[in-house]
Design a protein. Sequence first.
Length: 226
Amino acid sequence: MKIAEEKFYQQILDIINSEDKYNVPEVMIHHIEDTDFSVEQSKIVSSWLLDFALKNRDNHDSKDKSTLFFSVSSAIRTGASMLYPYQVERLFPLLETGHIIDTSLVTVKMISRIFEAQPPSIIGEYEVVAEKMCEIVDEISNDSSAKLSHIDAAIIQLCIIALIGMGSKKVYQILEQFKNKEKWITSYILHNIKDLKKAWQKRKDPISKPMDEFINETINFFEKEK
């Protein structure tokens, strides 16, 4: 790590160890997003960033909500990017809705990216996370609204991609919910699945045979449902 980054990390530690550790200048949060940390440092920084997001998403004292939104989102992106798949449940509290700053969309997006970057070797390894994705989709699906909002549609799409990335066959039950009600989702998701497959094909370490078969299976399934 560069000396300048070491000094910056020490500044972060000083804040973490202070009594006011969640009152942080926005510029520092954004600087963290562009900084590389060691594995051990990442554990500390990630935990603090995710707690920062939890504490500040209901910050009634902030005068600039848009700036706070970007800081909270940045904290989630950076904190989540440091997690391993087995740590994804750490993000569950940030999926809750009804807060001043809604963190559900950026959190689902990061869950999807975690599994895109670190796909499992076997199918059905992360069913607790898969069940959470299904719960989110069910909540949206059971809403009385006649038409999905853009945000709800985006969350559904990300949940589906996350399910495929983690190798969960629960993805098929979600598709059944929307293939007639929101037919366009099927076509859009198919495009995203193919992008995911291309990304996996470019990996230095190839994905496992079960995961390769699974993504091909989902592509075939979605193509039939178009």
